[in-house]
Design a protein around this ligand. Sequence first.
Ligand code: 5AD
Ligand code: SF4
Length: 544
Amino acid sequence: MSAKAVYLETFGCQMNELDSDLVRGQLAALGYRFVPTADQADVVLYNTCSVRDLAEQKVRSRLGEMAVRKQQESSLVVGVLGCMAERDGTDLLRRMPVVDILCGPAELDKLPGLLDNAVRTRASLDGELTHEQSAKAVALQGSASRRTGTLAAAEDRLELLDLSRTVSPTDHNGSSYVRITRGCNKFCTYCVVPFTRGAEVHRPPDHIVDECKRLADAGVIEVTLLGQTVNHYRFEQGAAVTVGGVTQPQKGRSYQGGHRRDPFTGERVTTFADLLKRIHDEAPGIQRLRFVTSYPRDFGDDVLEVMRDSPRICRYLHVPAQSGSDTVLKRMNRGYTVSEYLEFVDRARAFLDQPEIGRPLMVAGDMIVGFPGETDEDFEASVQFLRRVKYKNCFIFKYSPRPGTVAFDRIPDDVPDQVKRRRNNELLAVQNEMSDKIAQSQVGATLNVFVEGLSAHERKRQAPVAASGGVSLTISGRQVGEGGTSIDEAPVGAAQLCGRTDGDLIVMFDTPAGAAPDDLIGRILPITIERASALTLFGAPASK
Ligand code: 5AD
Ligand code: SF4
């Protein structure tokens, strides 16, 4: 059989982007080749997100397009991976018969088998396949993931998938994600993640540190650690289970605070602070270490101290608050009050905000508007909250009721969509004002910028070049130029590059005369900021 061409599109979060990277590595090792558009592909895979209905709608519309194509081309294989596969389950197969493969986020190690099955079934039936005949390939965890007691076998297999990751020195743009924790135990009432990704499981620290070292050896200089509540990371060596010589991931218990070791039993606990310090010290090639997403409670001074004392750990926290009203936070089951949140942000700033040495602390957040029962007063409290916290940027979402969650079942979605929309726009305007103030305060400063690739504007400008042979690909969610998109073929004028500061501020600048973008992408350069808009800084390489 000739190498099957696969198109993989990713929706949603960074965790999904990492999953897609792993899927790509796994399938490429088996001889599948990846193509940049669906119409060139024999196999179309969507790695989906279920956090809001809008994300699911996008996938449904893609599936509709594929259904039309499949009428002419019955050999086409279509797979839905990720949270939507897990949440919708076999219902999705009934409603969308175009789907051949369903694979939940905790079952991705099974994808090669499912895909092989689906491809062979289609090949053997040679175009004669009706939907009734077509065998569907399904791997979902169902409710197994939340079983208590011993580790589910699925977690061990998933760990092997993370461990199997191969990184070649040429297939990255210098930045990579590393998972430290899977799943979530928080059960915020609006959120599907604990259902789709299962119970919280922490990866063994040695595996994480080794992965960072391997990435560094392959030339990666920026690592973002991923977990739904990263600061809850905790691994007990004393309780670690080893199977076939491989230490297994460990179920999260209810969080017990920062450094809690028992010297008498000799229990050795790796806390999040320990993990950060180990990666920082043992993989010094990683020049930028960041992590998302932080949970605003249980964030000990131990972590802040390690951040302060480790020059390669970024001064950046993404710590969603979701609301500025205590009553709403309670209904969301967030487990903290507004004043506890503010105490945390103030404490983090006291430890880490050092603009005088060019290292301001940047804080980013997430807010939901229109959660059931949110009154005008609650909303006004969120407005005041944004003014007080001063996020660098904040993602603002309209509440989207998700089937299966507590809020969906028990709290009527009583804020009209029009009110949600108005509140969304109002909060965005306030955040924009705050982001703009922070951005303007950077004008004149020289900041170290990690150069990620051509700016979106530049990619558009060079589009005819890309169409005539150059390809672009996304690694870790960031668009980078590859191969054919060389500067020799680029339109006249300096190419605009895009990068980020240690505090995650986006910076654009023109390639300096005499340099080619490819020489700069993946490096850290000092850039002097000349002007700013709310979400972007513009500058030029600092003269030596
Ligand atoms: N509706 C709206 N926003 C949601 N989020 C999670 N679930 C929902 C929902 N049902 C947002 C939260 C979270 C981010 C990843 O998505 O703000 O932090
Ligand atoms: Fe969802 Fe809450 Fe877990 Fe975040 S902490 S993934 S919002 S349940």
